[in-house]
Design a protein around this ligand. Structure first.
Ligand SMILES: Nc1ncnc2c1ncn2[C@@H]1O[C@H](COP(=O)(O)OP(=O)(O)OP(=O)(O)O)[C@@H](O)[C@H]1O
Length: 296
């Protein structure tokens, strides 16, 4: 199966500040990939590297087998909708479609017009007068009508109310099935990702914490609750993702491929949100542990 994005030791710095460090991922085609992480984690940086808007500081990245943004053919294969759903305020909806047709060799004008009509957008209205949700839908339409193989969306639904968000994501899901495209989207809203994504990347502190198919991630991560116990007493095949302790009780999120037989533990399945939160907590927990060691 082809990869939509392969990164090998990918680094990006802004001045002296690292935005992305040692990113190594290989994302297969045919997925809706969710990129999640806290503010400043490096999500937009990774998406811009994939879209060819940024150059790596070190390491390599290929998108659909080519160097991002390197040729007109490569540019035509990738649609990119940036964070603030960019549209031209002074242009009408119809003028956006005309511009799309002029700039994109694979432009699907029938689909663009049908989508605009279905969404109730008026072709003569200027984009600057549209609501945030309508602007996001217009930007998504432009991205889809380009007929890319990969559509990259940076926080596409952030500004939308729950209903508009739901409609937006529904539209995105329908389009991915209809046009067989792969999607890479970032969001803070894990509930949104849970709805649409079947592949997840968690990025925290500029580093990829975990990447994989959501069903496999959920099948291999468990919450263990039981009498207080140190992590070094857990079997070697159980990788600790997060740990919380009270005086008497320990709660671990562990990753393992093997079944867990220890009767001391109550084992619960994780939701995608639990999983994301456990990985978001991991670097902070590591920092807390190092600080305690230094103090001690
Ligand atoms: N143009 C820039 N110049 C300098 N530093 C930048 C620039 N863009 C991003 N950064 C820094 O790089 C880091 C990663 O930023 P990035 O925008 O990739 O994060 P993000 O995960 O997309 O954040 P958010 O969820 O807030 O959009 C942050 O520390 C940010 O301050």
């Amino acid at each position: 199966m082809t990869s939509i994005l392969q990164a090998q030791g990918l680094d990006r710095k802004y001045g002296k500040r690292w935005a992305l460090r040692e990113c190594t991922v290989d994302i297969p085609a045919g997925h809706v990939v969710g990129l999640v992480g806290p503010n400043g984690a490096g999500k937009s940086t990774l998406l811009k590297l994939a879209g060819g808007q940024l150059e790596p500081t070190a390491g390599g990245i290929t998108v659909l087998g080519g160097r991002p943004g390197s040729t007109p053919a490569q540019l035509a294969k990738v649609g990119f909708v940036a964070q603030d759903t960019p549209v031209y305020a002074g242009l009408t909806v119809a003028e956006h479609l005309q511009l799309g047709a002029r700039l994109n060799p694979r432009w699907d004008d029938g689909m663009a017009r049908e989508r605009i009509a279905r969404l109730g957008l008026v072709p003569a209205h200027r984009a600057g007068k549209l609501s945030g949700g309508q602007r996001a839908q217009l930007a998504l339409t432009l991205g889809l009508a380009k007929r890319p193989e990969l559509l990259i969306l940076d926080e596409p639904a952030a500004a939308l109310d729950p209903l508009a968000r739901s409609e937006f994501l529904q539209g995105l899901m329908e389009a991915t099935v209809e046009h067989k495209l792969s999607v890479l989207l970032s969001s803070h809203l894990v509930s949104d990702l849970e709805r649409v994504c079947d592949y997840l990347i968690v990025l925290v502190d500029s580093r990829v914490q975990i990447a994989g198919k959501t069903d496999q991630l959920l099948a291999t991560h468990h919450r263990l609750t039981g009498p207080r116990c140190d992590p070094d007493r857990l079997p070697a095949d159980q990788q600790v993702v997060s740990a919380r302790h009270t005086e008497r009780q320990s709660t671990y999120v562990v990753r393992t491929d093997a079944p867990i037989h220890d009767p001391a533990w109550t084992i619960t399945r994780l939701s995608l949100e639990d999983l994301v939160l456990a990985y978001m907590d991991k670097p902070a927990a590591e920092r807390r542990r190092v600080a305690l060691e230094v103090q001690g």
